[in-house]
Ligand binder design. Structure first.
Ligand SMILES: [Zn+2]
Length: 250
């Protein structure tokens, strides 16, 4: 399927000159191959997902990193039908109760970013001004590959954050130290940057049934969608066994 970059979180405002890219559903055989080989480490898993997207369309590498989660999600969701209902599991943040949450794919909605507000800029970190700008997937990939090799950072959000800084290409060690050891105001700044650029999925609102029973009142919860789609296929398969009428063959 042709995906218009206008419909993506970046709204096509990035540096790519293309207006669309191609994303294909997994044919059944490839889906099996995908599931058999999916790595558990978050950095390896991200690289793995990028490789599958690149096989559909190499131009994906020149798209924006902010669109990556959307592309990954799209490839998975067009593989199973469009409006499938599926059940996912989550633990409530209050008492750690296990909940089963039925959701529809159409409930998962992606924010669109305003590049005029968050485009290229400078931020003051550890007393120095530094240039930042939204990276392409190719630029992010060079940072990701480095951390897969050196194994120093295991958190994917942290690697995404590092790739925002232009300085990474020149002096990765200083930047890495200033970010990993940030304190005070700098922590607030880094959290804000991470939210601005990478929180592109809106949380799903729900409630915890056990808490409701215990307190006798309904307490709303917002479940971050990243945790809901992290094991997307696994959840779909465990809770809703896939049959041949749910897989789109190429
Ligand atoms: Zn609860």
């Amino acid at each position: 399927m042709e995906v218009l970059l206008l419909d993506c979180p970046s709204r096509g405002q990035g540096s790519s000159r293309r207006s669309s890219i191609t994303i294909r559903p997994f044919p059944f055989l490839k889906l099996t191959e995908y599931l058999e080989n999916v790595p558990t480490h978050p950095l390896d898993k991200c690289l793995y997902d990028i490789k599958w997207l690149e096989a559909d369309d190499p131009n994906i590498l020149d798209c924006e990193l902010v669109d990556l989660d959307y592309f990954i999600f799209l490839k998975k969701s067009i593989t199973i039908a469009k409006d499938i209902n599926y059940t996912t599991t989550f633990y409530c943040p209050n008492r750690n109760h296990l909940n089963h949450l039925p959701i529809k794919l159409s409930q998962i909605s992606f924010n669109k970013l305003d590049y005029k507000k968050i485009g290229v800029g400078t931020v003051k970190l550890n007393g120095r001004w530094r240039a930042i700008g939204p990276p392409t997937i190719r630029e992010f990939l060079s940072v990701l590959n480095l951390y897969i090799r050196v194994q120093k950072v295991k958190d994917l959000d942290m690697v995404k954050l590092l790739s925002l800084f232009r300085e990474f290409q020149m002096d990765p060690n200083t930047l890495e130290r200033d970010i990993l050891e940030a304190e005070g105001d700098d922590v607030t700044l880094l959290t804000l940057l991470s939210e601005l650029y990478f929180s592109v999925v809106q949380p799903v609102k729900t409630t915890c049934l056990s808490c409701n029973k215990e307190t006798g009142e309904r307490r709303d919860l917002a479940i971050g969608i990243n945790s809901l789609i992290a094991n997307f296929f696994r959840e779909v398969i465990d809770n809703n066994p896939i049959t041949t009428d749910k897989i789109l063959f190429e």
